[in-house]
Design a binder for this molecule. Structure first.
Ligand code: T3D
Length: 263
């Protein structure tokens, strides 16, 4: 597949998608959406890929929607941003949230607007110390989209989410870590190596069990305690009966590293 706005590479169980329009701080265009759809599909069907990393080329993760791209118009000439969300952003966010492999957003630099929320749709977010996240929408008189109004209050609470969206302040990486939005912050010089080491470690984990863990956490967003306990029981039945679980216990007893097959 020939990509024009991203780079795609797969090695050591990790597929890396690099947003690659550095002259525009990796602003997201319609073509980039098409490239992302193709890359997510390629990584999903590749059995050797167990972890997907999304990162950016140059000094930014992404500056969000490409503001130089033509504004979407209805046939009668009225502006309709909802069309772009229906066509591109909403399917992307749902795809990432439900992705059957572990996803890591590796914020090498600023993640702004829709790009911030695409990062939040990933399972784990790590950041370079110079990175920041910015719900920049209000600066251009837009409502936060790409799932931001769903993810952010669930992570930091309503009050802080509202403040970040109303002020459109840039939140530095160390604060993102303190607030629980970012799992690890690495110094810029070692950021990519550390992010890839984490991704490779995840790729060596039990992929089927990882899917079940994601399913359990997704369930807890809507369930009461009793329903969640039932869900945990059902998922544990599947995990406990897997070959990977038997392998994990055997490896523990034999004092060796497990070799998980995803079965
Ligand atoms: O359309 C819809 O469907 C609505 C959906 C919207 C979703 C969203 O994502 S809304 C949020 C959109 N993004 C923004 O509002 C951010 C715009 N960019 C900035 O505010 C700043 O660039 C940054 C704060 C991110 C970084 O500032 P700085 O000073 O480090 O860099 P810069 O000089 O502003 O940018 C470097 C270049 O990238 C520059 O181009 P030039 O002058 O060198 O030719 C700049 O125009 C370009 N660039 C930055 N962001 C975008 C962009 N080009 C197109 N779209 C961008 N979003």
């Amino acid at each position: 597949m020939a990509y024009t706005t991203i780079r795609y590479a797969a090695a050591d169980g990790v597929a890396t998608v690099t947003l690659a329009r550095p002259d525009k701080l990796n602003a997201i265009s319609a073509v980039m959406h098409a490239d992302l759809r193709a890359a997510l599909a390629a990584a999903e069907v590749d059995d050797k890929v167990r972890c997907l990393v999304i990162t950016g080329e140059g000094r930014a993760f992404s500056s969000g929607q490409d503001l130089t791209e033509e504004r979407l118009r209805e046939p009668d000439g009225t502006i309709d941003y909802g069309g772009r969300l229906d066509r591109d952003y909403n399917p992307l966010v749902l795809r990432l949230y439900d992705y059957p492999k572990v996803t890591v957003a590796a914020l090498n630099g600023p993640a702004v607007g829709a790009a911030a929320n695409i990062a939040l749709a990933c399972d784990i977010v790590v950041a370079a110390r110079s990175a920041y996240l910015q719900e920049a929408f209000a600066r251009i008189a837009l409502v936060p989209d790409a799932g931001g109004t769903w993810f952010l209050p669930r992570i930091v609470g309503q009050k802080l989410a509202l403040a970040l969206m109303l002020t459109a302040d840039q939140v530095p990486a160390d604060d993102l870590h303190r607030l629980g939005l970012v799992y690890k912050v690495y110094d810029d010089g070692v950021f990519l190596a550390e992010a890839m080491a984490l991704a490779k470690r995840l790729a060596a984990g039990p992929p089927m069990t990882f899917r079940l863990i994601k399913q359990a956490l997704r369930g807890s967003a809507a369930n009461g305690l009793a329903a969640q306990l039932d869900l945990e029981r059902d998922l544990q039945r599947q995990a406990g009966a897997s070959q990977d679980s038997a392998e994990g216990i055997a490896a523990f007893r034999e004092k060796r590293a497990p070799r998980f097959q995803g079965r």
